[in-house]
Design a protein around this ligand. Sequence first.
Ligand SMILES: Cc1cc2nc3c(=O)[nH]c(=O)nc-3n(C[C@H](O)[C@H](O)[C@H](O)COP(=O)(O)OP(=O)(O)OC[C@H]3O[C@@H](n4cnc5c(N)ncnc54)[C@H](O)[C@@H]3O)c2cc1C
Length: 478
Amino acid sequence: MNRLRNLPAQVDLLIVGGGITGAGIFREAARAGVSVLLVEARDYASGTSSWSSKLVHGGLRYLKSGDWRLTAESVRERQRLLREAPDLVEPLEFLMPLYRGIKPGMTTMRLGLWLYDRFSRGGTRSGALSAADSRAALSGLREQDLSGAVHYQDARTDDCRLVWRLIAQGLRDGGRALNYVRAEQLLSAEGRTCGVALQDADSGASREIAARLVIDAAGVWAGSLPGQPPGAPRLRPLRGSHLVFPAPRLPLAQAVGWLHPRDRRPVFAYPWQGATLLGTTDLDHGDDLWNPRMSRAEADYLLEAVDWLLPQAGLSVGDALSSYAGVRPVVDDGHGDPSAVSRESALWAAPGYVGVTGGKLTTFRVTARQALQAAAKQLPSLRLAPDAAPLFDGFSAEPSPGQAPDASLLPARAGEQVRHLDDLLLRRCRAGLTLSRGGEALIAPALAALGWETEHAAREAARYREYWHRQHDPTALV
Ligand SMILES: Cc1cc2nc3c(=O)[nH]c(=O)nc-3n(C[C@H](O)[C@H](O)[C@H](O)COP(=O)(O)OP(=O)(O)OC[C@H]3O[C@@H](n4cnc5c(N)ncnc54)[C@H](O)[C@@H]3O)c2cc1C
């Protein structure tokens, strides 16, 4: 079926990219008095936005680099999401054990956390534990040189559900959004971007759509479309990877954060969707941007961190349910150390065009509004809703991000623009990451919920198994 045929010949605003940035822009634009179309080359959130650490966090570590503005903004957005989407974003208590001889020590941490709490305006309260209480809070904790621990609050989410909620809200408000439709080229006339040539990945059909303004929100791909106006910043794609363990193999009552013994980078583990998530790494990614994979060396790095903190855990990569990797769209600011590169978003504009990239999942709303403010300079009919306007209206609550996926969810999610089995099993729900063998047990119920004819269903099942093995099978890491 050619889905492009039903599109209008012209829209006011055309957004390229259906990750958290494009989805956030779409949500705001759909209530801003303009006609809006979003196109996503593959599935929504399938770029970087489904492979994040799933933390809606204030960015405690940005305090260390003196980036107080980014921390204050992130804390504010975290508190707002906790209020406005309590089913999708829920509080997560972190424990951070501290060790003699390893900085930061207790005094520095408590000072940083005092500030962190202040930014939340009473929304959170951090504290400190003695060494004995720390051992009681986390059994098996490394004892040598343990001086105590601090605890503080951040939040966890399901990044894909957040993206989908934004898309669904924009659709409700009259926007149009299509997944598996790629922007092939920017069109221009008289030095001004005036539309986009689109191609539907499934039917192969092509069509040009005129647009009064194009927003390029294509994450690590932003600024690279043929026909692109000049001005895009140079990006430095940085890969981060995670391992997911069955909760009984790495049982945690709360999140735990600590510094890696090798390079003192922060790492963490926390309960997520009935499993335990362990992350993350941060290294230059020179390979295929579309299909990033965790390397065996990254897995060893994360396991080494757990061995150090929980010496009796005895985890191996074979215990993991899945692995996944994502590529951070960060702007190259010349720093050598990947973890020191700024996580601020970047915005650039040309006639008929606005580009936006970088930023974090947590601050998507701020990034979206900044992009639309830049867009409104060229599209005066675009009237942004007041900053205080709630993000969502009229959705029934979803299962919490802490809860394991279950088959009863599948029929409702099958109706959410699912075009391939991995859309349903890896993104509309996360069974492919948190259940054994890529959620093999849910493949048959998922296909039943999708109602595909036998041959199509068999093709999709084979495609899914091959894809999962290649991208997420922890026993296949190289
Ligand atoms: C390992 C890791 C951990 C992270 N953890 C956190 C965290 O815990 N908290 C946090 O706040 N942030 C986190 N982040 C950052 C956050 O995930 C990213 O900043 C964010 O997801 C980027 O979203 P985006 O929409 O800009 O990019 P993407 O999600 O990549 O979206 C861009 C989309 O554009 C599409 N696209 C590309 N080219 C075209 C085209 N020609 N036509 C149509 N579509 C196109 C792609 O398919 C893609 O889906 C993390 C990032 C990584 C990698």
